[in-house]
Design a protein around this ligand. Structure first.
Ligand code: TYD
Length: 133
């Protein structure tokens, strides 16, 4: 679910980050970022029906819980060159322990509220129905 993308070069004067879009497994059409996160406060709490995303941290760190149905995975993201792919149909919850954390998210589609599932029970029912087809 996550892949190394060599996007950080250490220069004498600081770091330089790069993502070559051709290394991603989709073509981005939107970038959003999350900053000023209040440590401990939970964000996400949703799944997308069709949206593909790639998430990476450029400062601080985030902890992220991903659910594929009821299968749970935990990841800690740091500015290490790791990009986390979040495929469609994955419930996510994330938080930071570090003030000043900044998260970037690349997406393959424009914003569309109707692509969200924001209730976990509804998500589980949707996931089961999708996998019975
Ligand atoms: P949401 O995706 O739930 O945020 P997070 O996953 O970081 O907790 O979005 C929060 C609010 O921002 C929600 O009202 C929708 C709005 N929003 C947009 O208008 N456009 C966007 O591209 C995004 C990502 C969110």
């Amino acid at each position: 679910m996550s892949v190394e993308i060599n996007y950080q070069i250490d220069l004498n004067s600081g770091k330089l980050g790069i993502i070559e879009f051709k290394k991603l497994n989709f073509s981005p059409r939107r970038l959003y970022w999350i900053s000023d996160l209040i440590p401990g406060s939970i964000r996400g709490n949703h799944a997308h029906k069709t949206l593909r995303q790639a998430m990476f941290v450029i400062a601080g760190s985030i902890n992220i819980k991903l659910y594929e149905g009821d299968k749970e995975i935990f990841r800690k993201l740091e500015p290490s060159g790791q990009v986390l792919y979040i495929e469609p149909g994955i419930w996510r919850e994330f938080w930071t322990d570090e003030p000043g954390s900044v998260v970037f998210v690349l997406c393959d589609q424009p914003f569309n509220e109707s692509d969200y599932i924001r209730d976990f029970h509804e998500y589980i029912a949707w996931f089961k129905a999708k996998n019975e087809c």
